[in-house]
Write a protein that binds this ligand. Structure first.
Ligand code: ANZ
Ligand code: ZN
Length: 851
């Protein structure tokens, strides 16, 4: 007998699949289609176990659906633009393009041995000119439809590196490379009008029944619908042109608890005052030093400056409130101005305390009296409270009721109007970076900012750039910016901003349907393949990537690149759990942990050590990460055990939505099991022909396995499918049937295992005389007759005498048996209409009826 040798087997079958073109997706009107997609990877250079789990899940679905008769699309590509490539160029020299394509080649080389059923002919990277040129064409189409616009917006500016930083490059208010305090700067930038779709993106979440509830909730919160009141204060001592101050509030019921008004440092009034008042100028400059992220603003100390302007309370013109310029008011939300109610907003409370402003409560807990507060009182809006400074409705009511009444009341008094606001901001896509898709617009002295003519696309990134000085290399390229205006033909300059890399990943799923089309998509292919039937990826993309993709699908519909049926591009979403591992550490001389790689650790009965005997502390089981060194390299696992072991293991121990712990012993056990399947197959192959009998139990077990594994895979319960396969393997190991029956059962096992361990499955299939490739064989069907459970025959006694019997499934519930007894012909005849007083079913034994 030959041992199980995955290295040889796996390569051979991968070549066979490739030769037969098994995974080439073809539009086939005679078959239903199935599009399964895993979130495409960033080409960092190495695949990790998280990738293995993610892609194996998609592969199980893709292979299963193909066997079940679907025309399957299962593509792979690379999310290839972005800062790490530029950082690598800055730190180690070299070119972002070379670095990226080198990494792609490496990762493709690591992925192929996994034996994924991918249509590699559709592969592309978002940094391919062929791809981003089409993205530029769409940008121009979107400009035409009014989905793109330019405005000033603040960015994080690193004054030492003289460069714009992304929010994630600002760490504790400092530039990640220079360590310099980051400032806010205003630049003219490009925006996508995602806010046009806020309501629709929110409402359509309800229809995404096959998305995790958690993801829908996260999206809803991000879109952040709120209903409130917008109204104008009239001002006192304000500069000309500022006689009204518009504010937005979600708590108009607290208007009588107002103690100040506040405006953003970027509010037009603040801007105006800044020009005439050095104190304001100094304060506003201070505020701009905080980064632009909400998080940075959240963390910063709340500070304000009295502007000297005052406003009149809308319900009492003698009551004046000071207007502060405050660092916590955002220009981009509502109207950029608020009124503060310190009694019921913690931020306002801190502010009022700091600046000695009054804190009048509007409501108190039911059954209590008004008293001084030590912090803001912020009950749930659904909780009834007693209003002491209310102005609409009953004294005791919930906040929610009071807000609605307050809006109605204010409207009736001509104080503002009810408005719906969304937290979702327009999507700023400008990046002052080289390694991204150039924004296809041109700056002309005469015509202004105009889109590039489509026939001049793609606007290719120049290769001859340097990264020795900070800033955007496109800005300092000697000639790249020079162009002619497509409008007037005069000399003009290209835009040097590139697009946020989230743009690249917002439509790649559509491009996969026609990856080499000379338009962004192609109507027939998009019509046939869209939507993605099953999308699989990490929960970390639950908000931005999925929201941007949903917006893009709508924008692509509006610009004629996707059908209306594809505006929700992902029918079903699955968010997989992570691969975890124990952590190992030795101690440094001063007692700090020094993380150790699992491959360097030896486990003994008494504990763990390094190979030289140094004791190792075994720490908690956490997500594999480079920083804690608790990583296992998939390439090492494949080299040692083969891809099938890696694939089986990551699917086996936990439900796919949960984390799975990688253990060396688990991998070992998986490899052993697969070896046993191999040996069993060999043994059956060597059985003499025509010996032994049929085996009814084996046949039943086989159909049961077909039924259960199919169900489990359909329900994304891959771990359950695997548990059933272990069970069926054990049945086969013990079975004593003849060769024909054994071979049939073994072929079925191979088919059922094939989505998980496709190489071993092909081998077994071939050994057992299966025709063609198991990857192309039709999925087996369970025969309903073979699934009937064991039955029992129960005697029926009526008033102590045997009057008949009934045959039912052995595990049938007593209540079900009772129904069958009452419907039994012999019983009906005997009862002749007399009512039954009592019935006792003794499971497996007897039924007693009393009349
Ligand atoms: C008065 C008030 C009283 C408020 C109170 C809250 C509690 P959501 O619910 O998230 O939409 N606000 C409005 N515009 C703002 C801006 N540009 N920057 C910072 N804060 C702003 O938040 C709406 C509430 O956030 C508004 O309701 C306003 O404060 C504040 F007891 O008005 B409120
Ligand atoms: Zn021009």
């Amino acid at each position: 007998m030959m041992p199980y040798e995955p290295a040889a087997i796996e390569k051979r079958w991968q070549e066979a699949w490739e030769k037969a073109g098994v995974f080439t997706a073809t539009r086939d009107a005679s078959r239903p289609k199935y599009y399964v997609l895993e979130m495409f990877p960033y080409p960092s250079g190495r695949i990790h176990m998280g990738h293995v789990r993610n892609y194996t899940m998609g592969d199980v679905v893709a292979r299963y659906k193909a066997s079940a008769g679907f025309s399957v699309l299962h593509p792979m590509g690379w999310d290839a633009f972005g800062m790490p490539a530029e950082n690598a160029a800055m730190e180690r020299g070299g070119h972002p393009k070379d670095w990226t394509y080198g990494n792609i080649a490496d990762m493709r080389g690591q992925m192929k041995p996994l034996g994924l059923s991918i249509d590699w002919s559709r592969e592309f990277a978002t940094c391919d000119v062929e791809y981003y040129g089409q993205q530029q064409a769409m940008f121009i189409d979107m400009m035409e439809k009014g989905l793109v616009y330019r405005k000033n917006a603040v960015v994080n500016w690193d004054p030492v590196d003289m460069t714009v930083l992304a929010n994630e490059q600002v760490i504790d208010g400092k530039g990640w490379r220079s360590g310099a305090a980051v400032e806010r700067r205003e630049l003219t930038q490009w925006f996508f009008k995602i806010s046009d779709y806020s309501g629709e993106l929110l409402e359509a979440l309800d229809g995404l029944k096959d998305w995790p509830e958690k993801v829908r909730l996260m999206q809803a919160n991000w879109i952040g619908k709120s209903r409130g009141l917008q109204f104008a204060f009239s001002t006192v001592d304000a500069p000309e042109g500022f006689d009204r101050l518009e504010v937005y509030t979600t708590r108009p019921d607290t208007l009588l608890g107002a103690s100040f008004a506040a405006i953003s440092p970027d509010h037009p009034l603040a801007r105006h005052l800044e020009r005439h008042d050095p104190d304001v100028a100094a304060f506003v400059a201070e505020c701009r030093k905080i980064g632009t992220s909400e998080e940075a603003l959240e963390k910063a100390e709340k500070r304000g400056l009295d502007s000297g302007v005052r406003v009149r309370h809308p319900f009492d013109t003698a009551w004046e409130l000071p207007v502060y310029i405050a660092n916590f008011v955002l220009m981009e939300y509502g109207t950029g101005a608020i009124f503060g109610c310190p009694a019921h907003d913690q931020r306002d409370f801190e502010f009022a305390t700091k600046y000695g402003l009054p804190i009048p409560p509007v409501f108190v807990p039911e059954g209590t009296e008004e008293a001084a507060l030590s912090e803001a009182y912020v009950p749930l809006k659904s909780e009834p409270v007693r209003y002491v400074r209310g102005f609409a409705g009953d004294e005791v009511q919930t906040g929610a009721t009071a807000v609605n009444l307050a809006i109605d009341f204010c409207e009736s008094k001509g104080v503002g109007h009810g408005v719906t606001n969304y937290r979702l901001r327009d999507w700023g896509v400008s990046r002052q970076r080289y390694w991204g898709c150039p924004i296809p617009v041109i700056h002309c002295d005469t015509c202004g900012v105009v889109p590039e003519a489509k026939e001049n696309l793609p606007i290719e990134l120049p290769y001859d750039v340097t990264f020795d000085i900070p800033g955007n290399p496109l800005d300092r390229h000697p000639t790249w910016r020079d162009c002619t205006c497509p409008n007037c033909g005069a000399a003009a300059q290209r835009e040097t901003d590139t697009m946020d890399t989230f743009v690249d990943s917002s439509w790649y799923y559509a491009r996969f349907t026609a990856p080499h089309s000379d338009t962004p998509t192609n109507a027939e292919d998009a019509g046939y393949w869209m939507n993605v039937d099953q999308y699989i990826g990490g929960i970390e993309h639950a908000i931005l990537h999925l929201l941007y993709s949903r917006f893009f699908a709508r924008a692509m519909h509006k610009t004629g690149h996707l059908p209306a049926s594809a505006i929700e591009p992902f029918n079903a979403l699955f968010t997989q759990g992570m691969v975890t591992h124990e952590t190992y550490a030795t101690r440094s001389a001063d007692g700090r942990p020094v993380w150790q790689m699992p491959e360097d650790v030896v486990k003994h009965e008494s504990g763990a050590t390094l190979k030289d005997g140094t004791p190792v502390e075994v720490g908690p089981i956490i997500k594999m990460s480079k920083s804690k060194k608790n990583v296992v390299d998939p390439m090492n696992i494949i080299a040692t055990y083969g891809a099938d072991t890696a694939r089986w293991f990551v699917m086996s121990d936990s439900p796919p939505e949960r984390d799975v712990e990688w253990t060396a012993s688990g991998a070992e056990a998986t490899a052993k099991y697969l070896g046993r399947v191999w040996a069993l197959s060999e043994r059956i192959a060597m059985m003499p022909e025509g010996t032994g009998a049929e085996d009814d139990d084996l046949l039943r077990a086989m159909h049961r396995a077909i039924e259960d594994v199919t169900h489990a895979i359909e329900g994304f319960a891959f771990n359950k499918a695997i548990a059933k396969l272990y069970e069926f393997t054990n049945t086969l190991l013990k079975a004593k049937a003849g060769k024909a029956a054994m071979a049939e059962a073994m072929r079925t096992l191979a088919q059922l295992m094939s989505p998980m361990v496709p190489h071993l499955a092909e081998e077994v299939w071939a050994m057992q005389g299966g025709a063609g490739l198991v990857a192309q064989a039709a999925w087996p069907k369970a025969l309903p007759d073979m699934l009937l459970q064991d039955t029992v025959t129960l005697p029926i006694q009526i008033n102590g005498k045997r009057r008949g019997e009934i045959t039912v499934p052995a595990d049938m519930a007593a209540s079900e048996v009772e129904k069958l007894v009452l419907a039994d012909d012999a019983v009906i005849k005997f009862l002749a209409g007399q009512p039954v007083k009592k019935m006792i079913v003794v499971p497996g034994r007897i039924v007693n009826v009393v009349i």
